[in-house]
Design a protein around this ligand. Structure first.
Ligand SMILES: [Zn+2]
Length: 155
């Protein structure tokens, strides 16, 4: 799997992280599929309420709205533009997924009532107000979580 970022994603994330300071924030990731197994993250949502990162899947109504807006912008071309996963920040600890993060994402793809069978988890952390540390983990139904890397590193 190859994952890259559209050029405006990294500055937008950095901005959001600056504004949030020590508050944890997150939302959904939206991607364009460029080829089989190749995705470009083209947009992300920022949940209006930020709580504990363990709760990041709770705001389903807001998620639905964010999805609807994204599909509207991309002409409902679902096979090309679609939900890719979730992101959130770890302002005060390592950008690696916590046990809870892994459990929550595993639940999301393994839960029989969910239509989601694959999702990416991006965790970001602003360092020294300049750099972004990150981790990316892919979750797919029937498979163990897998660490992924960006095709191009954050600048
Ligand atoms: Zn987390």
């Amino acid at each position: 799997m190859r994952i890259e970022l559209a050029p405006d994603i990294e500055p937008r994330l950095r901005n959001a992280l600056h504004q949030a300071g020590s508050r944890e924030i997150g939302g959904m990731l939206f991607a364009e599929q460029l080829a089989p197994g190749r995705f470009r993250i083209v947009d992300f949502s920022l949940d209006p309420i930020s709580g504990s990162h363990a709760n990041f899947l709770r705001f389903l109504a807001f998620h639905h709205e964010a999805l609807t807006v994204f599909f509207g912008k991309t002409g409902s071309d679902f096979s090309r533009f679609n939900y890719l996963g979730e992101w959130h920040s770890h302002p005060s600890f390592s950008a690696q997924p916590s046990r809870e993060d892994i459990d929550t994402m595993t639940d999301l793809v393994e839960n029989g009532s969910s239509e989601i069978t694959f999702a990416l988890l991006l965790i970001v952390r602003l360092r020294f107000w300049m750099w972004i540390d990150y981790s990316m983990t892919t979750f797919a139904q029937g498979y163990a979580p897998h660490q992924a890397r960006l095709a191009k590193r954050f600048i």
